[in-house]
Design a protein around this ligand. Sequence first.
Ligand SMILES: Nc1ncnc2c1ncn2[C@@H]1O[C@H](COP(=O)(O)OP(=O)(O)OP(=O)(O)O)[C@@H](O)[C@H]1O
Ligand SMILES: [Mg+2]
Length: 368
Amino acid sequence: MATVAVQGLVKKFGSTLAVDDVTLEFPDGKLTVMVGPSGCGKTTLLRILAGLEEPTRGEVSVANRAVTLVPAWDRNVAMVFQSYALYPHMNVFKNIAFPLEARRVPKAEIKKRVEQTAAILEIDKLLQRYPRELSGGQMQRVAIGRAIVRKPQVFLMDEPLSNLDAQLRVTMRAQLKRLQMDLGVTTIYVTHDQAEAMTMADQIVVMNNGRVQQVSDPVAVYNCPQNMFVAGFIGSPPMNFVEGTLGQDKSRLECRGFEYEFPDAMAAGLARIGANQPLVMGIRPDDILVHDVPTGNAIEGTVYIFEVLGKETLLTVQCPNIQLKACVPTNRRVNLGDKVWLKPAPEGIRIFDAQTKQTLVNGARLSV
Ligand SMILES: Nc1ncnc2c1ncn2[C@@H]1O[C@H](COP(=O)(O)OP(=O)(O)OP(=O)(O)O)[C@@H](O)[C@H]1O
Ligand SMILES: [Mg+2]
């Protein structure tokens, strides 16, 4: 068992609060992805777990052992950095063997473990090569090999794929996910790429400004965001936000320049909100039906930009005082300036408190 836990963790650098009171559990054997924008404290948190940074306050434990004051080398965790940090004068074999040699593991055992590790990562044919003779993806696998050869209790990975080109990232993330499942080692993976987080994670931790915003599995993070930050950060293309106030009879969102009549299915959720309260309505582009004739419960606009994404085309629609994005199938003919009526799907509508930014009504839950 190697559940990793942190309790009341705080890290300050002078006046910068990098990690702000984080309490979290990283389940045993699972892959947890920490995701958030640049500067939100991901690397700092990971370095605290690795023992490379001392917290200002709070506790860290690995497999129920308090390790807050335990030095990095005695924690049985292995970290893979964004820069692979391979030794240029050592061949692949020596690079992978390095942590075992540092621990004076017998030579025969080192040979066996390096060869096993290289076979898992499919770099067994490259053992005699030097880092300068490898591609980015191969170097990345050597860096991972050096971490897994130690058989640590925990892997910590800080944006390990960020130096790779887009196509290789997609291949490597699937391979890493599979490797993690096969090894069953508790893994904490940091990225600012929400797609990487969604595809790889058993558990996602969304962070912003040093604080945890939400901890859930990927489906729940996508379907039931707890606040506007998570709703806007997870999902691509990002969610639209429409500001307004709840009408007196609680059936409409009154916005600048137009009104939106909420679907009946939302009445129960809206009943709990005070009339005239400032709200934000969130709706994902693929939860909007685009009509080319007037229809009820729709927002009128004209096509301002269209971008072909592949199977779908993303429209930017100029509505009164706001631009909204919506998806249509690419085989549908669209012209700039076309008049359209945007109809949000009831189950895709979320309502946020304009002040606290917390979710008040979650469309995905309407049918529950
Ligand atoms: N050694 C340091 N001294 C001073 N400030 C630091 C130090 N390390 C990090 N910070 C600050 O702490 C905050 C969090 O930094 P951190 O590196 O953890 O962010 P991150 O989420 O990993 O960002 P990125 O996605 O850009 O890697 C930032 O404001 C950063 O400037
Ligand atoms: Mg970082």
